[in-house]
Design a protein around this ligand. Structure first.
Ligand SMILES: Cc1cc2nc3c(=O)[nH]c(=O)nc-3n(C[C@H](O)[C@H](O)[C@H](O)COP(=O)(O)OP(=O)(O)OC[C@H]3O[C@@H](n4cnc5c(N)ncnc54)[C@H](O)[C@@H]3O)c2cc1C
Length: 403
């Protein structure tokens, strides 16, 4: 019998495992991951940015955890010798109608108590000589890291404390009783006192497999990238972002220097026809028809039809993708870019068509379900893990034998 079983070996499941050992050093922790390697999905397919927290509503989990999480992530990397770079970023207004939005974002950053600077186009040129903009916000505390490397280290720490990580093991069904939880996988059955669902793109399905009906569903949005050819990397010195559409949870295509020296341009945000569909041609009938049958999706689609179509067009036309990038760096040409990887975001959508903006955790009898952990959850992972552990119902951990 384990004290805690975590479903999902992405950065959130792994940080939760670490947080459990911080709070309960004698606990028996099991982490179950369906893939043969940790961090195979969102965590291993992201932009690798350590976000500062500027974008998020003051007081939200996202705002608080991004700010605190970027500090704890940086300290963790320093302590464990994980390559990272606090290189800073700029958010650039390229059109006059974006200036009020840039001002609002600046105010929000100040409300979130971030040390940011509003800079002129001349100051921007000194930081990013190839970027054209009317004004910008400089965010010095943003940085980059490889979240796969961070996740591997989290996994090493869990194992070093006695935790068990089962790879290649898919959780199929979860049964809770008053005293224990039974977790059935395709290979074996486990017993635990508490189960914690950190299944990312499948978190709604794992919640359902445990008997919990939520008023939300995960809708997968693919983010596609191009890479700058090595001889053009000099065009990007740090991280360069547009002013985001305030109604959308995604940040707009941007330039990201990666650990290792490459420069990625993207990601866009298109509906994926498969939850783990990394290619445009990937299609899964069950995943697709689930979205098509979901009333929440149609409510969202009718509201954002134009934005959705524009994103689709940009996905199929490199020229359109490059047009968006040229707004930031006019000298970029199609020939400077080669196709890069893609990631799929797990975005929770409510029955009423509303996007779940903040991190969202629900509590079961003997389970905790992390139902929405979109960006900046990699940045914030250490803080999310602590929060999940703090939400474990007190009456349940009092029942535990070993903790
Ligand atoms: C394109 C893109 C760019 C992003 N950029 C950034 C960024 O720059 N900075 C940032 O902070 N965040 C970024 N994010 C967000 C960040 O990557 C995610 O929020 C974070 O990785 C979520 O971690 P997770 O552990 O919840 O999910 P995941 O990493 O998806 O992990 C969930 C795990 O659960 C496993 N699983 C699912 N079902 C089962 C089952 N039934 N049984 C066993 N295992 C199961 C999966 O195989 C998977 O490994 C980005 C995301 C994307 C997609």
């Amino acid at each position: 019998m384990f004290d805690f079983a975590i479903v999902g070996g992405g950065i959130v499941g792994l940080s939760t495992g670490m947080a459990l050992y911080e709070k309960y050093p004698n606990a028996k922790v099991l982490l179950i991951e369906k893939e043969e390697r940790l961090a195979e999905h969102q965590t291993g397919h992201n932009s690798g940015v350590i976000h500062s927290g500027i974008y998020y509503k003051p007081g939200s989990f996202k705002a608080r955890f991004a700010k605190k999480g970027s500090q704890s992530m940086t300290e963790f990397c320093q302590m464990h010798d994980i390559e990272h770079d606090i290189c800073g970023k700029v958010i650039v207004a390229t059109k006059s109608e974006e200036l009020p939005l840039l001002d609002q974002l600046y105010k929000r950053g100040l409300e979130n108590e971030l040390a940011i600077q509003h800079i002129t186009s001349g100051e921007l040129k000194e930081i990013e000589p190839h970027v054209r903009g009317l004004a910008a916000i400089r965010v010095p505390m943003a940085g980059i890291v490889n979240y796969r490397q961070v996740s591997e280290k989290f996994g090493d720490i869990i194992r070093s404390k006695g935790g068990v990580i089962k790879l290649g093991t898919k959780v199929e069904k979860i049964y809770e009783t008053d005293d224990e939880v039974t977790i059935e996988t395709a290979k074996e059955t486990f017993k635990a006192r508490m189960v914690i669902n950190c299944a990312g793109l499948h978190s709604d399905r794992v919640a359902k497999a445990a008997g919990y009906k939520t008023d939300m569903k995960i809708v997968p949005f693919r983010g596609e990238y191009f890479k700058l050819k090595p001889e053009k990397r000099h065009l990007v010195k740090h991280l360069i972002y547009p002013v985001p559409n305030p109604n959308f949870p995604f940040l707009g295509v941007h330039f990201t220097r990666m650990i290792g020296g490459e420069v990625d341009a993207g990601p866009n945000a298109v509906l994926s026809f498969k939850r783990e569909g990394y290619k445009k041609t990937d299609f899964n009938l069950a995943d697709f028809s689930e979205v098509m049958r979901y009333k929440g999706f149609w409510k969202l689609a009718s509201k954002y039809m134009k934005e959705g179509m524009d994103e689709m067009a940009r996905s199929f036309s490199k020229a359109k993708f490059v047009e968006s990038l040229q707004e930031l760096i006019p000298e970029i040409q199609e020939s400077d870019l080669v196709p890069g990887p893609a990631g799929v975001r797990a975005q929770a959508l409510k029955d009423d068509g509303g996007l779940v903006d903040d991190f969202h955790i629900i509590l079961g009898k003997r389970s905790v379900h992390v139902c929405n952990a979109p960006s900046p959850a990699a940045t914030a992972s250490i803080e999310i893990g602590k929060e999940v552990v703090s939400q474990i119902p007190v009456q349940n951990h009092l029942l535990m034998a070993t903790v």
